[in-house]
Design a protein around this ligand. Structure first.
Ligand SMILES: Cc1ncc(COP(=O)(O)O)c(C=O)c1O
Length: 436
């Protein structure tokens, strides 16, 4: 029986499992099913296993930490490894403002991406004394109520689940390919058009002085891997500075070297007020982090933030091992080089396959968007499950994405061997050709 059929008998139907097989174990960029079938993994558990499955360093760190004790609760009994992890992440943050003023950063750890988002909302409201949170169209920030309120896609994430957090508004995102200005390829400046629309909303929808924070994915994840034009995030920073609004980068999916820099904001050359990290940080162990400017983070009263398990010693040890591997294996460089190669290969397919509307992304966060017609850009959502099923049959684990459900996304391990990357790309290409 297809594993998904069996799972439907045990778990709620809301779990839409992509893979038809039960997974027995993972090793680097390979997964092995219970029946011994080999799958090349282009999913990494949704951008989690950036260092690959069962990395020996991460496994050893988890085993050693677990043998010493799994839980003390940092809020009541602290330990050095938590502080050292904070220090290591703070090292990734800009040391000073563009004007040369030193910036003091602080870090706190939680369990999941959504929990990091929840805490960013709390801190932003507390620090500014304002209530409104601005998120963006196509955003995905998680499934808890605060995070879901910031998430934009109605189906499947919001439908029938409201009411949501009040005082949340969604701003346009410069998607380029699907931008209201018809796209940069037609000579429009998507960044400026979008910034102008946002400024207009401060007149027509919400006074800027009531806005606590803008929360943004520096590359849209779940919503379809839209990369903003280079001038957009600096423009947003300027707008936030003008109005005393905090700028929060949700790097839950883009972080930990995925796009070719440790955090994506580093490539944008913009200093955030807070950064959220999760997913790949723990190499499969649950941990998330909020790193923010000290005056912002310190605004909350004692015990106003916290978590029983957040930053538990085993997850923290795994995170240290992940950061070691990122450095030792130069994963930023690997993500850039392997990602550039994969993008070139897929852009080659685009020349001959009219159903490919767009190939986009950075580093090893890449997507193909399928359309029925390149002129109308009508989303071709129907072809995506067919392509995915053929990929799974032929030995490639891969995921869909996109507000319109018409993208296939590639999120391989950042140290995927070149031959496995090419083998996976060949399986994907033949699946696309079969259904084109
Ligand atoms: C950008 C972003 N933020 C937040 C989340 C939520 O993370 P979690 O599933 O760990 O709660 C996700 C998950 O996909 C994400 O991609």
């Amino acid at each position: 029986m297809d594993f998904r059929e069996r799972a439907r008998q045990i778990v709620p139907h809301a779990y839409a499992i992509a893979c038809p097989y039960a997974i027995d174990r993972g090793e680097g960029s390979l997964l092995f099913t219970s029946e011994g079938k080999r799958l090349i993994d282009f999913t990494t558990g949704i951008a989690v296993m950036n260092v690959g499955h069962a990395h020996p360093k991460v496994v050893a760190a988890i085993q050693q930490a677990a043998a010493k004790g799994t839980h003390y609760c940092f809020a009541i009994m602290g330990y050095e490894s938590y502080l050292q992890l904070g220090e290591r992440l703070i090292q990734q943050m800009p040391a000073q403002t563009p004007q040369g003023k030193p910036i003091h950063w602080k870090a706190a750890f939680f369990n999941s991406g959504a929990e990091a988002v929840e805490n960013a909302i709390k801190i932003s409201r507390y620090a500014t004394g304002r209530q409104t949170i601005l998120a963006f169209e196509h955003a995905f920030h998680g499934r808890t109520y605060g995070a879901m309120s910031l998430t934009s896609k109605p189906i499947p994430y919001r439908r029938k689940l409201g009411p949501f957090l009040p005082e949340v508004l969604h701003l346009p995102y410069p998607t380029v390919y699907r931008c209201a200005c018809a796209g940069a390829q037609n000579g429009c400046d998507c960044a400026q058009v979008t910034l102008d629309r946002i400024k207009q909303m401060f007149t027509t929808r919400i006074p800027a002085d009531e806005v606590a924070a803008m929360v943004i994915e520096p590359i849209v994840g779940e919503g379809g891997f839209y990369v903003p034009p280079p001038s957009f995030l600096p423009g947003l920073r300027e707008l936030c500075d003008q109005h005393g609004i905090l700028l929060v980068f949700d790097e839950v999916q883009t972080g930990i070297a995925r796009t070719g820099t440790f955090f994506r904001f580093q490539a944008a050359g913009v200093t955030p007020d807070m950064v959220l990290t999760a997913k790949a940080l723990g190499g499969g162990m649950p941990i998330s982090g909020v790193i923010g400017k000290a005056d912002v983070m310190d605004s909350v009263h004692p015990a106003g933030l916290g978590s029983t398990f957040g930053g538990n010693p085993v997850s923290v040890a795994a995170a240290h091992a992940v950061l070691d591997v990122v450095e030792e294996e130069d994963l930023c460089r690997q993500a850039s080089e392997k990602g550039a190669h994969a993008k070139r290969v897929m852009q080659g397919w685009q020349e001959h396959l009219a159903i490919i509307g767009d190939v986009r992304g950075e580093g090893l966060m890449l997507a193909i968007e399928f359309v029925k017609d390149r002129t109308t850009k009508e989303p071709n959502k129907e072809i995506v499950p067919q392509i995915l099923n053929t990929c799974y049959e032929n030995g490639l684990a891969i995921l869909s994405a996109g507000t319109f459900g018409n993208c296939v996304r590639l999120l391989p391990a950042l140290n995927i061997p070149d031959d496995l990357l090419d083998e996976g790309l060949a399986i994907l290409e033949s699946a696309i050709r079969k259904h084109a």
